[in-house]
Design a binder for this molecule. Structure first.
Ligand code: F3S
Length: 414
């Protein structure tokens, strides 16, 4: 792998030990991936922020790196951590956990990484340009950046994202190249996919199909109409999140919808051998919705909600008060704006809470005494049973709001 003179100087420690360590990681990863060179990145999103996931070892790793003194040289921001930094007490998080979580945030801030604590940076002021190289880490954000925005990023791990932040570079391979962005499978959809849970169920099925022939494959989806704005963005982010969960998909194309399919659709489809069809969403719904008994918490906002999502949920609530807690995960930026325009107060009046800095998958929900959740997110429904041993209901946003209002899943015996 070729390094420029400047990259070699960084590797040799001319810019400090922290940057040298970073370049060493990127150089090794680039060689493993057969990259020929580095590419400069416009922004970096760092995952591995929740203390629940990284624990004491991860915290020590970050503190050691921060003590070397280097800082991010490009805009860099954090994925969600393990707790709402403002409302943690009211939501039931323990002071001990929050203290540890704050230490993680402090170590990352010392590395120059901003505490955005969100998986939807594009709802909080960071929207990469078409064709721009970035180094993002959270799987749904990676998918959105690649597929919907047409930016270019591989899915970074926690350390490789920090390394990209400290050097402004990442190895150029896979989704950074034209070749790596070609579809590996054409998926023809023969059923209607109007809602957020519908597209999540479809994404779950497509992710499984793509992972069967090539892990991290790239689907080219045809035959499906994306809904119009304002729900269109939420539909696309839900699709990417679901496929990333079930099939490690970092890029997808939707015919007539996503930018690379619009620009180069015929060229992209040429020569693709693998093909599959989706006739119904039953398989996805059956695999993701396994809940039983009364609903203890309804969690929306996976990926993190936009202002439009908050308005939509408020409309579905239509003034009704919730019986089971209803959390809507979003970034601090989105919550502050919702506070400023009175939207947050209207949601609170119904008993719904905008929860920032964290989400249902990376928060220590079991420690909060929770066992049975409901969600409209296929990604959350995919991970909660395996990562948290949770009992999960999965369905439309309307069914989730109904569950919050009544405390039981519509049509269930619970
Ligand atoms: Fe985001 Fe958490 Fe879902 S990081 S995509 S809200 S699992």
């Amino acid at each position: 792998m070729r390094l420029t003179a400047e990259e070699t100087a960084i590797l040799d420690g001319k810019r400090g030990a922290g940057a040298a360590k970073a370049m060493g990681i990127l150089h090794s990863l680039g060689r493993i991936a057969d990259a020929e060179e580095m590419v400069e990145v416009g922004s970096v999103q760092v995952s591995g922020v929740s203390y629940k996931n990284i624990g004491e070892y991860g915290l020590a790793f970050l503190e050691d790196w921060a003590a070397m003194g280097n800082k991010a040289v490009v805009p860099a921001f954090m994925n969600p951590g393990g707790a709402d930094r403002t409302l943690w007490k009211r939501l039931g998080f323990s002071a001990d956990f929050v203290k540890k979580q704050e230490q993680v945030v402090a170590a990352l801030e010392a590395l120059g990484i901003a505490p955005l604590l969100s998986c939807t940076p594009y709802h909080a002021g960071t929207t990469p340009r078409y064709g721009e190289h970035v180094a993002w880490a959270e799987s749904s954000a990676v998918s959105y950046a690649n597929s919907v925005l047409g930016a270019r990023t591989n899915r970074e791990g926690g350390p490789s994202a920090i390394a990209a932040a400290l050097t402004g570079r990442t190895p150029k391979h896979t989704l950074h190249t034209d070749e790596g962005r070609k579809p590996t499978r054409i998926v023809t959809v023969r059923c209607k996919v109007p809602g957020i849970a519908d597209v999540g169920a479809m994404g779950f099925q497509i992710g499984k199909a793509v992972s069967a022939d090539k892990k991290g494959g790239v689907p080219y989806i045809r035959g499906v109409a994306a809904p119009e704005a304002p729900i269109r963005v939420t539909w696309l982010k839900a699709l990417g999140a679901a496929m990333a969960a079930s099939g490690a998909v970092g890029l997808y194309h939707v015919e007539g919808v996503t930018p690379e399919a619009m620009k180069h659709g015929d060229e992209l489809k040429r020569g693709v051998q693998q093909k599959s069809e989706i006739e119904s969403l039953d398989e996805g719904y059956a695999a993701l919705g396994t809940g039983k008994g009364p609903v203890e918490l309804v969690t929306l906002g996976c990926p993190h909600a936009s202002r439009d999502d908050l308005v939509r949920i408020l409309g579905i609530l239509n003034g009704r008060k919730v019986k089971a807690p209803l959390w809507i995960a979003a970034s601090q930026v989105v919550r502050e704006k919702a506070e400023a325009e009175g939207l947050a107060e209207k949601l609170r009046a119904c008993g719904a809470e905008i929860v920032a800095d964290t989400c249902m998958v990376v928060a220590p929900l079991k420690d909060l005494g929770l066992r049975t959740l409901a969600t409209d997110s296929a990604k959350a429904a995919f991970y909660l049973p395996s990562h948290h041993d949770m009992n999960v209901y999965f369905g439309s946003t309307e069914e989730n709001v109904e569950a919050a209002v009544t405390g039981r899943w519509p049509g269930s015996a619970g």
